[in-house]
Every structure is written in structure tokens, then in C-alpha cells.
Design a protein around this ligand. Structure first.
Ligand SMILES: Nc1ncnc2c1ncn2[C@@H]1O[C@H](COP(=O)(O)OP(=O)(O)O)[C@@H](O)[C@H]1O
Ligand SMILES: [Mg+2]
Length: 239
């Protein structure tokens, strides 16, 4: 069971969108996938128009077992949602191993995908203690490049207790291929980092799909965005 954190400590970097689309794409390729929301925004359930009765908060508080919080979606993958009360379990996540212990009864998935918070707090530290793989979605801007250096610091810290964690790749998102500044940022990124995935193009179809409460890879399966996420999923599945 591979545990993949979609992490970049910045809002609006398409973390939640990429977590949904990677889950949907892996599932389309035949994998068993569980998507776990660890951000107190609860975006995953909102974007998919799910109404889960239980959330990660209930699991971390020890009120229910993780299996009871799983919602099956009609697109093949399963979801554990989150809510604002997650902020109240910060105290119990003081121990980095809290999430790992709470989710340890979960078995039978090929991939567990974690959507993460834009802030590096104890919840994120818990995710990085449990995950084995990180995918880092970044917008192509100078601000993102500066922050990328920080993520390597977080990685180093997490690897003290979880040495098998590694960054599988940087995922450029919202790529506007016709803009020369975007092309320049992308080329620079490839020079700076060895594992850079094919970029996910910018398109408003993703918002249209999200308004309809669906993954774009389901609503618009032939759109270049969907093809880019399927290509990413193929690479992950073939590892
Ligand atoms: N490839 C894309 N093209 C255009 N808009 C996108 C793309 N990916 C995500 N978005 C939009 O960007 C915004 C932030 O995305 P989101 O996934 O919520 O980011 P995060 O979880 O990192 O805060 C959302 O409005 C989403 O619809
Ligand atoms: Mg998000």
C-alpha cells in the first residue's frame, strides 16, 4: 500500500484538485484508491459534493475506527473527509505517529492519497511521518520556487523518523504554455530539480467540473488536463 502526500505548504497550488484527479485517474487505471483529506478546509468532500457522516477528526479522536469513516464514491475511489473540528485534534497530533496509528487498520488499497494543509503544522508533520511518497504541485512563479527550498527542509525533518519518505516529483500546475514567462519558469524548474512531471495545463474546465461536483478526469476525460493527470497516474502506477 503506497501512501502519497500531495504537499506544498502554499494555498491555491492545486493540491486538492491534484489529489482528486490523481485518485480518479489511478482508479480509472484499475487501482484501489483511498483519498484522505487532512486539511481542515474539508475541500475534498465539498468539491465532490459528498456528505460524509464521519471525518478524520472522529478517527483521530478515537470515536470510530477508520473503516467507518470511508465514503465510497461512484467514480471508483474511496474518501475519508475532513472538517474544521480537525483544529481541535491538534493536541492529539502532537505526536507525529498519531495519524499512522489511527489509520493502521486500513488495508486493501493500492494507493492512499493525502490532501494536505497549506500550512506546515502538526497535522502535516503527521502526514509526512506516515507517507512514503511526496508529490509537490507548484504553480510556475518565482514565489513558488522560493518555497520549494523550504519543502526540502520539511522533508529532511520528516526523514529523521521516516527515512523512507522521498519526493517522487515536482508537478507543475496551471501551466499556460503560450506565455513565455511560464515556459521560462518550467525550463528553470527542470534545470533545478531532476524529477519534474509533465505540466498540468491551466484551464477553467477544472472549475466547471468542480462546480458539477465531479473529477475533471470523469466529466471531461479527453481534455488535455485529464490526459495530463492520467499520464501522471500511469507513471505512479508503473513505479
Ligand atoms: N489546472 C488548473 N487550471 C485552472 N485552475 C485550476 C487548475 N487546478 C486547480 N485550479 C483552481 O485553482 C484553485 C485552487 O485549487 P485547489 O486545488 O483548491 O488548491 P489548494 O488545495 O492547493 O489550495 C481552485 O479554484 C481550482 O479550481
Ligand atoms: Mg486544498
Amino acid at each position: 500500500m503506497r501512501k502519497i502526500a500531495i504537499s506544498f505548504f502554499k494555498g491555491g497550488a492545486a493540491k486538492s484538485s491534484s489529489a482528486i484527479e490523481l485518485s480518479s485517474s489511478l482508479s480509472k487505471l484499475g487501482a484501489e484508491v483511498l483519498l484522505v483529506d487532512t486539511d481542515l478546509d474539508g475541500q475534498i468532500a465539498k468539491l465532490l459534493k459528498l456528505n460524509p457522516r464521519h471525518s478524520l477528526t472522529h478517527i483521530l479522536k478515537g470515536l470510530i475506527g477508520p473503516q467507518e469513516a470511508i465514503t465510497h464514491t461512484k467514480w471508483g475511489f474511496d474518501v475519508i473527509g475532513s472538517d474544521r473540528d480537525l483544529i481541535k485534534v491538534d493536541a492529539v497530533t502532537e505526536k507525529r505517529s498519531r495519524l499512522r496509528n489511527a489509520l493502521s487498520p486500513i488495508k486493501g488499497y493500492d494507493h492512499v492519497i493525502f490532501d494536505t494543509s497549506p500550512n506546515y503544522g502538526m497535522m502535516s508533520a503527521n502526514v509526512l511521518d506516515y507517507a512514503d511518497t511526496m508529490i509537490v504541485p507548484v504553480e510556475l512563479s518565482p514565489a513558488s520556487r522560493d518555497r520549494l527550498a523550504n519543502i526540502y527542509n520539511e522533508l529532511d525533518e520528516a526523514r529523521i523518523t521516516n527515512p523512507k519518505l522521498f519526493i517522487r516529483g515536482i508537478l507543475p500546475v496551471k501551466y499556460r504554455r503560450r506565455e513565455s514567462s511560464q515556459q521560462a519558469h518550467y525550463e528553470q524548474l527542470k534545470r533545478d530539480f531532476k524529477d519534474v512531471f509533465e505540466p498540468i495545463p491551466f484551464s477553467c474546465v477544472i472549475e466547471q467540473a468542480q462546480c458539477a461536483g465531479m473529477p475533471v478526469t470523469i466529466k471531461y476525460p479527453n481534455h488535455p488536463i485529464s490526459q495530463a493527470y492520467i499520464l501522471l497516474a500511469k507513471q505512479i502506477k508503473e513505479d
